[in-house]
Ligand binder design. Structure first.
Ligand code: HEM
Length: 504
């Protein structure tokens, strides 16, 4: 009898321990799911929003250049170009604003602890962005849209330059906040919150100027390639009209893309060199490097990592190349993730996992740089093959197809770029100060996150479909549509409303 009581007691105790353990595991799994779902939502909204940011800044710049060329040369074709591509720019601007609002909303919903921690730092740049840059952008955009016939050409072109300038300044303020998260400067920690101690230090953050240079040159290549690509698709159309217009647009787009890709590669190279010392873990992960190299570091063209065991399963290396890329000479060691991890554990403690998602970083970096190289090559070759003396490109449909398909390249490169920047900061939201799990809102649930993820996904699909169909409408109407409408309106004005003709 006593034995059975003891047996029953032990069984009950075992069951309670197992239940508590299971409860803890489930709780941990729910926390993990909340963090993963919130991160997925952040990635989805950021990537979708950033489809439109470089698209609109890049096309605004292209339109400003087209209109300026008209003002200088008085050639009507540039005015037509500015009006036509200006319509595409207006569409990207509108969708960009909507996606930006969703981005802010998900911040407040999923990352409230982060917002509390960072509010004092984030507040100033974001308020300046909204009050000065965005208001300036919207005001001058309105003036630009509605005053074609009402003000002189010089004043009118000033409006679009102010829009372009304001959109770049807007990007600067957003990047100021992002750069703080990558490399905190000018702050103090008070009562568990980051408090700004120096606004100028925030602006002097070297990370900001590397990011700004890289992002803005990325917008130039984005705008250029998209205009060239869409013009190529128009030239490929079996019922192609206005071929002279699209050939001119294609060349201007390619020229911008060439300038932009040279700048973006140069800026990216500088940023990469800066990372070697600033965020060595991110840099080592983009190279799939676990062990510190010897004096001559080889570069992995392709690589697959076993992230659990912290080793490379497979890699194809070029000797000395990483030393050349990192230091511009054939010798120079590069720190591997294992060594950096030991340093980070010593500095911040062993409670965090400091290894970022290595395969995602390695391949994102190659996608970004690969598309950068492709856009440089295509724009340089394209310009050469469309030169006035021997424009042979238009005779080969497959060449036009390549340029057309390149329309998608900047979207992929920009997305891959943000993946490198944001995933590489793991496990921090604010480098060295605040981790990802600490940042998530305490009151969001798996259910609410799943619902909002599905809602956002459907909304983005709808916005993307609307955007694509509206761009197609603008392309289908062609550059002559507005002139025909204006001519119709003029004729209609002349018709006597009481005349029989008015009803025909
Ligand atoms: C060889 C070419 C390129 C190199 C070496 C390069 C290098 C880099 C590096 C190192 C980063 C991460 C910076 C950080 O985390 O602080 C980055 C981010 C980024 N890249 Fe690139 N990149 C190249 C091409 C491109 C191209 C062609 C585009 C787009 C048109 C692009 C767009 C971006 C964007 C949007 C980011 C995130 C913002 C930022 O951190 O600057 N990159 N790039």
């Amino acid at each position: 009898m006593v034995n059975s009581i003891i047996y029953f007691y032990l069984l009950l105790k075992g069951a309670i321990v197992a239940f508590k353990r299971q409860k803890a595991i489930i709780k941990e799994e729910i926390c993990m799911s909340i963090v993963s779902l919130a991160r997925f939502q952040f990635a989805m909204t950021t990537v979708f929003h950033f489809f439109f940011v470089p698209f609109s800044i890049g096309t605004a710049l292209a339109v400003a250049i087209m209109e300026t060329t008209y003002v200088v040369t008085k050639k009507k074709e540039y005015l037509r170009m500015a009006k036509f591509w200006g319509n595409i720019f207006l569409l990207t601007f509108a969708v960009g604003v909507v996606t930006g609002i969703i981005q802010e909303f998900q911040f407040g919903m999923n990352w409230s602890d982060y917002s509390r921690f960072m509010g004092d730092i984030f507040g100033a740049p974001l308020a300046i962005e909204a009050l000065l840059a965005f208001f300036m952008e919207s005001t001058f955009l309105g003036l630009w849209m509605f005053t074609w016939e009402k003000v002189g050409p010089k004043l009118h072109v000033t409006f679009i330059w102010l829009v372009t300038f304001a959109s770049m300044i807007s990007a600067l303020w957003i990047l100021t906040a992002n750069s703080f998260m990558q490399h905190p400067t000018g702050y103090a920690i008070k009562n568990g919150h980051a408090v700004m101690t120096s606004f100028s230090a925030l602006l002097k953050n070297p990370q900001l100027w590397y990011e700004f240079g890289h992002v803005i040159s990325g917008t130039i290549v984005t705008g250029g390639i998209i205009i060239a690509g869409l013009a190529a698709f128009q030239l490929l159309s079996k019922t192609a009209k206005e071929t002279h217009f699209y050939k001119k647009s294609l060349r201007l787009g390619l020229l911008l893309a060439l300038i932009g890709s040279v700048l973006v590669i140069f800026a990216g190279d500088q940023q990469m060199k800066y990372l070697i010392n600033e965020q060595p873990m991110k840099f080592a992960a983009t190279e799939g490097l676990y062990n510190t190299t010897g004096k001559h570091a080889s570069w992995a063209v392709i690589d697959w990592s076993n992230e659990k065991e912290h080793k490379n399963d497979f890699s194809l290396d070029i000797p000395d190349m990483l030393s050349i890329l990192a230091y511009g000479r054939t010798s120079g060691a590069v720190k591997g993730m294992n060594e950096v991890n030991a340093q980070l554990e010593k500095k911040y403690g062993k409670q965090n996992n400091y290894y970022p998602p290595v395969n995602a970083l390695f391949w994102s970096f190659r996608v970004m740089a690969g598309f950068g190289a492709l856009m440089l090559l295509v724009s340089a070759l394209g310009l050469f093959l469309t030169r006035k003396k021997k424009p042979i490109l238009y005779e080969h449909r497959w060449m036009l197809w390549i340029i057309g398909l390149c329309t998608f390249a900047p979207f992929l490169a920009n997305t891959a770029g943000w993946l490198v920047t944001e995933l590489g900061r793991y496990p921090w939201t604010v480098y060295g100060l605040f981790t990802i799990p600490e940042s998530v809102s305490p009151n969001v649930s798996v259910g609410s996150l799943l619902t909002s993820n599905i809602v956002y996904f459907l909304l983005f699909t709808f916005l993307a479909a609307t955007m694509i169909s509206l761009v197609r409408v603008v392309l289908k109407k062609g550059p002559g549509y507005e002139e025909q409408q204006a001519e119709k309106d003029r004729r209609a004005d002349k018709v006597d409303p009481f005349d029989k003709e008015a009803f025909e």
